[in-house]
Design a protein around this ligand. Structure first.
Ligand code: ZN
Length: 202
C-alpha cells in the first residue's frame, strides 16, 4: 500500500507521508512531494505548520449556536445582539458565511453545515448537523430559513432535504435565487451576485 518503501531509520518520514495523505485530494505522490519539500527546503515552515495544527486542534471548536468554528462557546456573530433573530441563513462552510457577511446585505443569523449531503462520500444528515439545525430553527424566534447551500448537485440535494424537514416543522423556507451560476460555491461568487440572489430569494 505504501508506495514509498522507507528503510527502518526513516520511519518518521513514512509516518509524515501517511499523515499528509489524510488531507483531501492528496495521494501518495503529492504527500511525498510535500514531505520532501518541507524537510529539504522549509524546515521553519514545517515547524510553523506543526504548531499551527496543534493550536487549531486544541483551541477551535464548534459554536454552540451556529456550528461554525470558534475559539469561544459562541462565535462573534452569534454574540452580536443587534442581529435579526427572525432570519436564519444556512450555508455550507465558514468561507461561504464570510462571503455572505461581506455583501453587507444580510443582518440575520447563521447556521453553518460544515459540509453538504453526499451519500457517495458517506456524508449523511448527522455529519451536517441536521438535528442541531432543526433545533436551532425551532427556537420560536426564527420565522424564515434562507437556504444558501451551493448550486451544485449535492448542494441542491441538501437544500431539498432541508426544505422537507424544515417545512414539516411549519417553518418558512426560502432559497437563494438563481442569479448564482449553476455548479458554483458561494465562496467564489462575486458579492453583488450574492446580494441579488439574497434579495430575490423565493
Ligand atoms: Zn455562532
Amino acid at each position: 500500500m505504501s508506495g514509498f518503501d522507507a528503510p527502518p531509520d526513516t520511519r518518521s518520514l513514512s509516518t509524515l507521508i501517511q499523515a499528509l495523505r489524510r488531507l483531501p485530494g492528496v495521494g501518495q505522490k503529492s504527500a511525498q512531494r510535500m514531505a520532501f519539500h518541507l524537510l529539504q527546503h522549509d524546515r521553519t515552515g514545517a515547524q510553523e505548520l506543526a504548531q499551527a495544527l496543534q493550536q487549531a486542534v486544541q483551541h477551535l471548536r464548534h459554536c454552540q449556536q451556529c456550528h461554525t468554528f470558534t475559539e469561544q462557546a459562541l462565535c462573534q456573530v452569534c454574540q452580536d445582539e443587534g442581529r435579526d433573530g427572525s432570519r436564519l441563513c444556512v450555508l455550507e462552510t465558514p468561507a461561504d458565511q464570510a462571503a455572505m457577511e461581506r455583501t453587507g446585505a444580510f443582518h440575520g443569523r447563521y447556521f453553518v453545515l460544515m459540509g453538504r449531503l453526499s451519500p457517495l462520500d458517506g456524508v449523511g444528515p448527522r455529519d451536517i448537523g441536521m438535528q442541531q439545525l432543526l433545533q436551532r430553527a425551532c427556537d420560536g424566534q426564527v420565522q424564515e430559513v434562507i437556504l444558501a447551500t451551493s448550486f451544485t448537485a449535492e448542494g441542491e440535494a441538501t437544500a431539498h432535504a432541508l426544505t422537507e424537514a424544515l417545512t414539516r416543522r411549519g417553518l418558512q423556507v426560502t432559497r437563494l435565487a438563481r442569479g448564482v451560476p449553476v455548479g458554483s460555491e458561494l465562496e467564489f461568487v462575486d458579492l453583488g451576485t450574492i446580494a441579488h440572489a439574497l434579495a430575490d430569494r423565493r
